[in-house]
Ligand binder design. Structure first.
Ligand code: ADP
Ligand code: MG
Length: 463
């Protein structure tokens, strides 16, 4: 039985590591509110204050939590997340004392577990992430225009263009640039009222105002705004009454010469479900897109990030990551954080090998899709046999071995199942594929030149 003390220490270490992996903002929102309840056999039971948080934590962090916990305590394989509203747990804790109580059997989560906290009326702006400033935004070809436009808005004394419309795919820096504008203005001219919020939040507040028959208040909150920034407006496409309200707020502010900054995942004209008149309004100012990252930009971001966290990461590792994680900057950062956290946890240097190991899932998702046909072709070329021998029934070692290598690589490099792979090799059974994988693994261990051959093929196929 694990003692409470040990659990406490484990949780501190695990939550610190998660902080490094997910970043401060996400940590504060999702990890910090987690309370560890108890450890029962292979399961850690934790709770969060609301159902929404439970769903979010389950969807985004539960697997990782279980993994990290397993690393601390090999007996642990599952994390159970349930809802324990603060009003219950605060009954058995002294005021002012941090809540870390391990209570008995959990209550089942039920519908009335939802606790809706009302926010203070006068603060409609969402908090700004302290990491999102101009200083730590790395500029490169794909984002230089958007960056220049954002800077211009932040530094200008009069409105240079209205609105500034930033758009681009997920994780490319839209929110970062918006927060940077807000930070800059709040610092240089604190008397200006800068509001940043997501379109979702805007909608939520509007709907609440409608329900409470309080739209006058809602409108007046926005009337005193100098700079209004709304993130991810694609969210309100198709939501007609919210769009209507947004349109009026927007027009009123523009007419008064207030600055508006909008972001979306598409250009105004490509936003399906947006009203024409709103689209034409959005198109009126400056539209700046952020393009997909280039290798140079990714490398630059990784270098700056490694410097910020003050960790020595070998250039080879940074180059490798910049080559491999091409989807977006969020994943790139996440990858680096994981590698760093892992090295710190086990107290070893960061190497290319550990990087590949720690990130195998992420790397796989970012991999160029290799097809079984490509694998068969490459392997046949390499061993100088005919491609048709990949499908043939010939069992001579000179063709059977290369075939096994191809099956092995198909298992390693594609997400195909064993039966699917078998079918592609002349309709063989999945057990044949399984045998091939085992055989190749054995040979690699025994014969280093064979291992090198396989490795070479793998690299060529991965491109
Ligand atoms: P978006 O809002 O476009 O989905 P974010 O602004 O949230 O993307 O960016 C995702 C992550 O990538 C953030 O942590 C952000 O700081 C980082 N990021 C994106 N672009 C850059 C950049 N050019 N320089 C430094 N960090 C960046
Ligand atoms: Mg964003």
């Amino acid at each position: 039985m694990t003692s409470e003390r040990a659990v406490d220490t484990q949780w501190t270490a695990i939550s610190e590591q998660l902080r490094a992996e997910v970043g401060e903002a996400a940590f504060q929102s999702w990890i910090k509110p987690i309370t560890v309840r108890e450890v029962e056999k292979t399961t850690v039971r934790v709770s969060v204050p609301t159902r929404f948080m439970r769903d979010w934590v389950l969807a985004h962090y539960a697997d990782r939590l279980a993994e990290l916990w397993g690393a601390h305590d090999a007996d642990i394989s599952d994390v159970d997340v349930s809802v324990q509203p603060e009003r219950y747990s605060s009954l058995n804790s002294e005021p002012g004392k941090p809540e870390r109580n391990y209570v008995g059997p959990m209550r089942r989560a039920s519908d009335d577990d939802v606790v809706i906290k009302t926010e203070p009326r006068d603060d409609i702006s969402a908090p700004l992430d302290p990491r999102f400033m101009f200083d730590n935004f790395v500029v490169g070809k794909p984002n230089e225009f958007a960056y220049a436009a954002a800077r211009r808005v932040a530094e200008a004394e009069t409105v240079p263009f209205n609105p500034l419309f930033l758009y681009g795919g997920v994780g490319l820096g839209k929110t970062h640039l918006m927060h940077a504008i807000a930070w800059h203005i709040r610092r240089s001219t604190p008397e200006r009222n800068v509001i940043y919020l997501s379109a979702e939040k805007f909608m939520y507040r509007f709907v609440r105002a409608l329900r409470e028959q309080n739209t006058v208040d809602f409108k007046s909150q926005f009337r005193s705004v100098d700079v209004l920034m709304i993130d991810d407006v694609q969210f309100i496409s198709g939501k007609d009454s919210t769009q209507e309200e947004f349109f009026h707020t927007f027009n009123a502010l523009v007419d008064q010469g207030r600055q508006i900054v909008i972001s979306a995942d598409k250009s105004p004209s490509d936003l399906a479900g947006m009203e024409e008149r709103l689209i034409s309004r959005l198109n009126c100012g400056l539209v700046a897109d952020i393009h997909a990252t280039t290798y140079e930009l990714r490398l630059g971001i990784l270098q700056s990030k490694a410097e910020q966290i003050g960790v020595d990461v070998p250039p080879k590792v940074l180059e490798f990551l910049a080559h491999k994680i091409t989807s977006n900057v969020r994943e790139l950062e996440g990858g680096l954080n994981r590698v760093v956290a892992h090295a710190q946890l086990i107290g070893r240097d960061i190497t290319l090998e550990t990087t590949q190991e720690v990130l195998h899932d992420l790397l796989r998702a970012n991999d160029r899709r290799v097809t079984i046909e490509e694998i068969q072709k490459r392997v046949a070329q390499h061993f100088n046999i005919r491609i048709s021998d990949m499908h043939s029934a010939r069992r001579a070692r000179s063709v059977a071995r290369p075939r096994q290598v191809a099956m092995y690589l198909a298992k390693q490099l594609t997400s195909r199942s064993l039966p699917e792979i078998g079918r592609k090799f002349g309709g063989r059974d999945h057990t044949t594929v399984m045998h091939a994988v085992k055989k190749v693994d054995e040979l690699r261990d025994r014969d280093s030149s064979f291992a090198e051959d396989v490795e070479l093929l793998r690299r060529m196929l991965e491109g």
